[in-house]
Design a protein around this ligand. Structure first.
Ligand SMILES: Cc1cc2nc3c(=O)[nH]c(=O)nc-3n(C[C@H](O)[C@H](O)[C@H](O)COP(=O)(O)OP(=O)(O)OC[C@H]3O[C@@H](n4cnc5c(N)ncnc54)[C@H](O)[C@@H]3O)c2cc1C
Length: 491
């Protein structure tokens, strides 16, 4: 360990914790675990490059990533120098209601000071800064190019539970490294290996019922070009978005995200296989044909740097760990392992950050001996015994953040008759209310801020259910906007 590493440890729940996957969710999880375990090892399959460039294990890194204010708050909380480092590396910081200009929810988002603050930069830069801060923690080690191929676990309990499945006394005791076959013991394992994680099949092989899945099929395709910002360009946005105005008729959207180093990531996203062309003239024509030409106007005289990059996202995938009655002890999963969202809404990192913060709260309860019952097993230290009970309360709490993100976006995506997936009970009412919320937020400043705070996971969705908001929403009308409203600078 380098001498200038900072120790953050507050208490000890065990000697060693393992994190599988060192991407955004894994790094944050390791940061949280470093407060409770003597040492934390992150096993990462990839070798993340020194520079902030896309890497193999995170292919979406070449595409624009928005960071919601709720996620930015969590990152600042856990990494005190995060803000300064990220901004010094070229990220643009500001109030998302002022800096993100967008046609969203069929109306232009009002530009009002909200008190929230977040960053606009490339995804690889964000991850590189979070990685730098995580590996600087004295008791965290990142082992790159080290894929994990399974869990080790305890055998069935001494009562001779036999070959029945779902024996809740079985604990994960470590991991198996794919290349060497070596096993590494741990008191606690967090599987944060992304959407393609094998966690559910690995627990099934241990005799547990795997989680149920929900899929919402949207067949979204991304096409991204990188361009250089023109010299002396005057812009009053860090992100500019033109989403669909009339769903289900409109399937296309366009956006520009500022990227450090004076570049833009220009993104076309099409629902239901309405993919954008990958040649620049065709791409420009696509942007010009959107309900507003705002993105086209910014890029029409520019030339791309390199080829278009594509990404196809067939469906949301949620694994309902919160519904499981039985789960191995001393194992949790976070991030895209639990839920991968339609990327156009930019929720994944923020939900993962809120999950990591919730894991912190669960572990704090273990340490303080509150709330989570000791399992009664003879597992050594008091802390260790309590660790056996972390998973279920963790999953139940994490599901609230997933619900908050899932409910607000699937309600929009299910407007397309082609969208595959179960419509929730009362879908007609939900669809109507969501549109009314967008309409009200186009005209009522107080509600607008409350609405964006809920969408950004700064406040819970219940914060919108005040009688005064609901009453106004019922009578709200979508503002008529034939052109983009002029920017009203903050007083
Ligand atoms: C096109 C696209 C655009 C997106 N845009 C946004 C956005 O605007 N805003 C936003 O918040 N989110 C966005 N997301 C989602 C976001 O990328 C993820 O939610 C975020 O990266 C957190 O994911 P994660 O850390 O759980 O998993 P991932 O980022 O997928 O990382 C998983 C990590 O685990 C490693 N790994 C995998 N298997 C193993 C193994 N067996 N052993 C060891 N290591 C392993 C991988 O190498 C990788 O580093 C987007 C996603 C896509 C696909």
């Amino acid at each position: 360990m380098s001498e200038n590493k900072v120790s953050q440890k507050q208490g000890v729940l065990g000697e060693h914790a393992i994190v599988i996957g060192g991407s955004m969710a894994g790094l944050l999880t390791a940061r949280v675990l470093s407060d409770y375990f003597e040492r934390v090892t992150i096993f990462e399959a990839d070798t993340p490059p020194e520079e902030a460039v896309p890497r193999k294990g995170v292919p979406q890194g070449a595409h624009a990533h928005g960071l919601m204010a709720g996620g930015a708050d969590v990152l600042r909380k856990y990494f005190p120098d995060f803000h300064d480092d990220l901004v010094a590396a070229g990220a643009e910081y500001g109030d998302p209601m002022l800096n993100w200009r967008g046609l969203v929810g069929a109306r232009w988002s009002p530009r009002i000071e909200s008190g929230m603050g977040t960053y606009v930069m490339s995804r690889p830069l964000l991850e590189a800064v979070v990685r730098k801060h995580t590996v600087a923690i004295a008791n965290v080690e990142l082992r790159v190019a080290t894929p994990v191929s399974g869990y080790t676990h305890s055998t069935r309990d001494a009562r001779g539970a036999g070959p029945t499945s779902n024996d809740s006394n079985i604990a994960v005791t470590g991991v198996i490294l794919e290349q060497s076959g070596e096993t590494v013991a741990a008191d606690f394992v967090a599987d944060v290996s992304g959407r393609n994680s094998k966690a559910s099949s690995w627990i099934e092989a241990m005799g547990f019922t795997p989680p149920e899945r929900s899929n919402i099929g949207v067949d979204v395709g991304y096409v991204t070009f990188e361009v250089a910002e023109p010299p002396n360009n005057q812009r009053d946005w860090s992100i500019l978005v033109v989403n669909q105005k009339d769903i289900p008729k409109d399937t296309r959207a366009g956006a520009i995200f500022y990227k450090e180093g004076g570049r833009y990531l220009v993104l076309a996203s099409g629902f239901h296989k309405d993919y954008a062309p990958t040649d620049w003239p065709g791409f420009l024509a696509y942007m010009k044909a959107l309900p507003f030409s705002s993105v086209y106007d910014e890029i029409k005289d520019l030339q791309p740097i390199g080829e278009a990059r594509e990404y196809r996202f067939a469906s949301y995938l949620r694994r309902h760990y919160e519904r499981l009655q039985h789960f191995p002890q001393r194992l949790v999963v976070l991030g895209d392992v639990m839920c991968s969202f339609n990327p156009i809404y930019g929720q994944g990192i923020t939900v993962a950050a809120k999950e990591a913060e919730h894991l912190d709260a669960c572990l704090k309860q273990c340490l303080q001996g509150n709330g989570l019952d000791n399992s009664g097993l003879d597992n050594g230290s008091l802390g260790n015994g309590r660790l056996d009970k972390v998973a279920q309360p963790f999953f139940k709490g994490a599901a609230k953040f997933i619900d908050a993100a899932w409910d607000g976006t699937t309600v929009e995506d299910l407007r397309y008759p082609q969208t595959r997936g179960e419509r929730p009970k009362g879908y007609g009412l939900l669809k109507w209310l969501n549109r009314k919320f967008f309409a009200l937020s186009g005209t009522d400043e107080e509600f607008s801020v409350a609405f964006v705070k809920a969408l950004s996971l700064v406040e819970p969705p219940e914060s919108l259910l005040k009688p005064k908001y609901l009453l106004k929403a019922v009578f709200a009308k979508m503002p008529e906007q034939d052109r983009e409203p002029p920017f009203r600078p903050v007083k």
